[in-house]
Design a protein around this ligand. Structure first.
Ligand code: NAP
Length: 272
């Protein structure tokens, strides 16, 4: 049995999609630990939650740093108790351009922000989740991981890895009461999107994003709604898959047997 008041850790909760997820989970009575590197926007998310009667704990940390992740888990454990919901949302898409021109440190920094943080935070919460026999780990991936783009190689490689990591995690967590999903939050107009659309490097190398965001934009609340449904337990049979906000979750749940048998909604190499 899990405690009545659950605790969620949401990385990258200072703005954009992470803030929307934090607000929605807090609205449901879940106490939320909010993480980002800079405090002002993080504090704003916490203030919004507290103004609406929720419980929030803002913690500044770099989630690519193993020691920082260890310390933040200790702080949450002291203040709130065990984490039963982890939302690996912190992300970065800064390395844009041809592979032979890109700054290697910038390229690796996208990989670390998107992938290493997901691994470190999952690793940190899992011992307690395993002891409690309960938990959800939701990894914010992206359709970019399924669709290679020439000038976003770090982002698409790391998101493919996050999707694969999610399935590996599911396989290692069979019968533990812990479920994990990768989600695609849709095209959401956030600071990350603005950089793709408006920065000189974005306009030069990935101009297609202007059209993508104009045609398929969704509000950040859609990812939050999807997560609410996933942590309700109704889609546990789909653990390990990549689910998009554009998918019809009822249909996927109805087809879970077929999806799992045929390894759909996962990364696979199709051979003729
Ligand atoms: P965003 O507006 O740029 O927000 C990113 C968040 O991550 C911020 O709170 C940022 O705060 C935090 N962050 C970045 N690096 C961090 C680090 N090392 N340690 C701790 N926190 C860190 O991005 P977003 O658009 O909301 O994206 C959220 C997630 O959705 C990402 O994983 C992204 O890849 C994914 N996604 C977004 C879209 C989209 O259309 N927006 C589409 C598909 C997937 P600090 O800078 O203060 O640390």
């Amino acid at each position: 049995m899990h405690p009545t008041t659950q605790t969620a850790l949401i990385t990258g909760a200072s703005r954009g999609i992470g803030r929307a997820i934090a607000l929605e989970l807090a609205q449901q009575g879940i106490q939320v630990a909010l993480v980002a590197r800079s405090l002002p926007d993080l504090q704003k998310t916490a203030d919004l939650i507290i103004q609406h009667g929720g419980t929030a704990l803002p913690i500044t940390a770099d989630v690519t740093d193993q020691q920082a992740v260890f310390s933040l888990l200790q702080t949450i454990s002291t203040q709130f108790g065990p984490v039963s919901i982890l939302i690996n949302n912190a992300g970065s898409h800064r390395a844009i351009g041809p592979i032979w021109e890109i700054d290697p440190d910038l390229w690796w920094s996208d990989i670390e922000t998107n992938l290493r943080s997901t691994f470190l935070c999952s690793r940190a919460v899992l011992p307690t989740m395993l002891a409690q026999k309960h938990g959800y780990i939701i990894n914010i991936s992206s359709n970019a991981g399924n669709e290679p783009r020439p000038y976003s190689s770090a982002y698409s490689s790391s998101k493919a890895a996050v999707t694969r990591f999610t399935e590996s995690l599911m396989l290692s967590l069979q019968d533990t009461g812990i479920y994990t999903f990768a989600i695609h939050p849709g095209s959401v107009r956030t600071e990350m999107a603005d950089h793709l659309i408006n920065s000189p490097v974005g306009q030069r190398w990935v101009p297609e994003f202007r059209t993508i965001y104009a045609e398929t934009q969704v509000p950040s609340s859609q990812a939050a709604h999807l997560i609410t449904r996933l942590i309700s337990g109704e889609a546990n049979s789909l653990s390990g898959t990549l689910i998009s906000v554009y998918d019809n979750l009822e249909t996927l749940i109805e087809q879970a047997h077929h999806i799992n048998n045929n390894k759909l909604y996962r990364l696979r190499l199709h051979k003729s």
